[in-house]
Write a protein that binds this ligand. Sequence first.
Ligand code: TIU
Length: 227
Amino acid sequence: MPFIDAKPYKFQFDFDHVALICIDMQRDFCELGGFAEALGNNVANVQPCIPVIAKLQAAFRKWRLPIIHTKECHKPDLSDLPAAKLHRGNPKIRIGEFGPMGRILIDGEPGVEFIAENAPREWEHVISKPGKDSFYRTDLDEYLMRRKIASLVITGVTTEVCVQTTMRCANDRGYDCILVEDGTDSFFPEFKESTLKAVVAQGGIVGWTCKSDILLDMLADEKSYGA
Ligand code: TIU
């Protein structure tokens, strides 16, 4: 099994027990007129990771390695939406109300859909989640255990919200996690930087980080598997 250069030390890439997880690459977070913009965010800040994630998805598909896609959304009747989340902040449009891309953050609406560049293939696992933690009220843990997946390559938006929350919760469940530095973005670049530092501090208290080219180079090399 190959070891790749990572922080805070080398990460073992186990081809037989690894998955790529792409967190919330949805129109509501990445395009104008969605939830993120309603909260006052500049969506241009989360767009640099899009082509990086597309390259990682292509590389994982080449090796037939599993890819998991999450989307943050709620049921049309809002029964899985806590009042605290509905009322938090002072958004221009609230969750469930009509925006330019349909009802904000409601499953099945255009805004909840994955952006075209990072959309799942039909055989890939898609998780609808009502919270920031991808394990909360989802079948993610069951899916990973059934597939005997022990490590996660983590990408997506936003770094310090759904990405970091999911990485911490995966770490507590015993998964080795590596966060791709250029495969994640935040509306707040300083929060992205501090998250990348925080997860690898204390000997990798939450896991590892690496640049995408380290992974892409390894996955481009036919000799990697079984190395
Ligand atoms: N607002 C924000 O930064 N993020 C979210 O609400 N969800 C995710 O991070 N996906």
